[in-house]
Design a protein around this ligand. Sequence first.
Ligand code: 4NP
Length: 166
Amino acid sequence: MTKLLFVCLGNICRSPSAENIMNHLIKQAGLSDRITCDSAGTGGYHIGSPPDRRMALAARKRDIELLGEARQFQRKDFENFDLILAMDRDNYRNILALDNAGKYKDKVRLMCDFCQKYDLKEVPDPYYGGPEGFDRVIDLLMDAQAGLLEYVITHEKSRVGGQESI
Ligand code: 4NP
């Protein structure tokens, strides 16, 4: 089983979108017994909240239902997940700030590293902007998740029977 964790700031816009889009692709590919997803925020302001309504609306336009409840990233997530995907560089830095010994650096990646069509390095924070920002997040994540799924399928073979990190 490969375990993926998507991380943004509030866990109400970008990372729940990433999680639910990936779950959609995993189901479509018939891989639900091999890959699992979760999401979290580096901040704690929205703990327990459902996904942002503007974000849910943008996702629903693409037939993706946003499920989940915000939680904060914790140190134990480093152990519990195989790959941790940060939406932007601030998230990336804040995650690694909790890895004092630098033990988990290879597990933490920027989400946009897996984009195939888009050239952006970060998933922009849509929270204080207009509706187009939320649509943009979905477009970017559709692209990045397709790339990530390919990566996981290719790399999980090398993990079977071994301790190798993907
Ligand atoms: P997210 O978006 O990190 O994609 O969930 C945000 C949610 C809330 C805030 C900022 C970004 N906030 O400042 O409360």
